[in-house]
Write a protein that binds this ligand. Structure first.
Ligand code: SF4
Length: 464
């Protein structure tokens, strides 16, 4: 069954029952947390670096139109061809057009959530081209025909045994250990890099003052995707721009530590235009596609725009008790966990995502962990309020009213206890859909003898 954000209630309930998934998630999220923790313990001046990174992101958001124009001008000056895409369809059309113009038969891709957001692969495949994900995790989920389940670790939900079976079934490649499987994937992909006509990546950030695109990775596949093929296309969501190279450096000090617990990622590529005269590597043609897809509207919102500060380190997913329990796929779109809930709710129609912000426990672990101090709980509450039409929660309001009048409260509970101890009948009354949803999702215990009465009885018994 196809899972979308509309199915969040059902898919999350189903994921809760998947004990294998829970075990894999438990292991991997703990692993990421411990790596991050260890790296932050030795990060001198950590809080000051975090504050600088947040300032860089907020500064960029506050000057976004001006910085994007500067980025465009400097990128063009460096020889990059810049395109603007208002939405996913336009982004697909632009990149498909570039692929056709390049007669691309083999296309290699670096891991990029924004290319998943616009559903680029099927559109490129329709041109008859082979499209290969080259990040190991993305390669695995591509073979499995699944979307990624984590912002930085797409195959986090797969066990080693899952990958052993997948490689055997889809590639007729046989390995057992993780190094063996990695080597098999590396060999299979090496051929693709060498025969690729076009490489497609995202962009971790783009620098307005130089027109550069910055890409961060650990496997070297992005370096290969941007240098082996003749044409490189970087798809960037518009909020990823930063003002200066110094701002980029501030972010690069924090991003890998928060994402994978590394002081620096193994490869950081700074691409300023295509291969220049006399240079020996790099794509001969470089395109930068700047995608809006609803972000301008989010930017205009004084509260919710903070979500656009995110640089996708993934740390908030690893500490989220909901993500740790249900994993990424249950969220129904490519973005998952706390930041995914916010992004999906902001970028997709509200009618599609009504339940997502209500899946959050508001525990605040995400906010405490986020190196950019994004206040996820505040944003979740703002989304909930908007979803409820600003009228608050009528069930909560009715309960609060009764709670302020003890006699009325006791009478209401007494009546419910006598005739409808599980509130089933009340919840089915027409005009009370909110109560029905409340009862269905929480399965309240049967209203039995009041606690105070039980306590009184126990005390009397102890005294006698
Ligand atoms: S919200 Fe913060 S912790 Fe979560 S992915 Fe974005 S930057 Fe990282």
């Amino acid at each position: 069954m196809e899972v979308t954000t509309r199915h969040f209630r059902q898919s999350s309930a189903r994921a809760c029952r998947d004990v294998n998934l829970r075990a894999v998630l438990d292991h991997t999220t703990r692993y990421f947390q411990s790596k991050r923790q260890a790296s932050l313990e030795t990060f001198e001046g950590r809080d000051a670096h975090f504050a600088r990174a947040r300032a860089a992101r907020l500064n960029a958001l506050s000057r976004l139109p001006e910085l994007l124009e500067q980025l465009e001008a400097n990128a063009i000056a460096a020889g990059t061809i810049v395109h603007w895409a208002a939405d996913a369809a336009e982004a697909r059309a632009i990149i498909v057009g570039i692929a056709k113009a390049a007669s691309a038969r083999v296309i290699v891709k670096g891991k990029s959530m924004v290319t998943e957001e616009v559903a680029l692969n099927p559109a490129l495949e329709e041109t008859g081209a082979e499209v290969w994900e080259t990040d190991l995790g993305e390669f695995i989920v591509q073979l499995a025909g699944e979307p990624p389940s984590h912002i930085i670790a797409p195959a986090v939900h797969k066990s080693r045994q899952d990958v052993v079976e997948l490689f055997a079934e889809k590639l007729n490649l046989h390995g057992e250990s993780i190094p063996e499987l990695t080597l098999l994937a590396r060999r299979a992909l090496r051929e693709k890099f060498l025969s690729a006509d076009m490489g497609v990546t995202g962009a971790n950030m783009a620098v307005a003052e130089t027109g550069s695109v910055i890409l961060v990775e650990n496997e070297g596949n992005i370096r290969m995707s941007t240098t082996c093929p003749r044409v490189h296309v970087a798809l960037m969501s518009l909020e990823k721009v930063v003002a200066t190279m110094e701002d980029a450096a501030d972010l690069l000090r924090v991003l890998p530590r928060s994402a994978t617990g590394q002081r620096m990622s193994s490869y950081v590529s700074v691409l300023t235009g295509p291969r220049g005269e006399g240079e020996t590597d790099g794509a001969r043609e470089m395109h930068l596609v700047i995608l809006d897809n609803g972000r301008s509207e989010v930017l205009a919102d004084p509260v919710l725009r903070e979500a656009l500060a995110c640089f996708r380190c993934g740390a908030c997913l690893n500490v989220c008790p909901v993500y740790q329990t249900i994993g990424g796929h249950a969220y129904g779109w490519i973005y998952s966990g706390p930041i995914g809930t916010l992004l999906s709710s902001l970028l997709l129609p509200r009618s599609e995502t009504r339940d997502l912000p209500f899946g959050c426990t508001l525990c605040g672990a995400c906010k405490r962990t986020c190196p950019l101090s994004i206040d996820h709980p505040k944003l979740m509450l703002a989304l909930r309020e908007r979803t409820a039409g600003g009228g608050g929660n009528p069930i909560g309001a009715a309960h609060a009213l009764l709670a302020r009048h003890p006699l009325a409260y006791r009478m209401a509970v007494g009546a419910a206890r006598a005739v409808d101890p599980r509130l089933d009948l009340l919840a089915r009354l027409p005009g009370l859909p909110g109560l029905s949803r409340f009862v269905d999702s929480r399965r309240p215990p049967e209203l039995k003898t009041p606690f105070t009465a039980r306590r009184r009885k126990k005390t009397q018994k102890e005294r006698s």
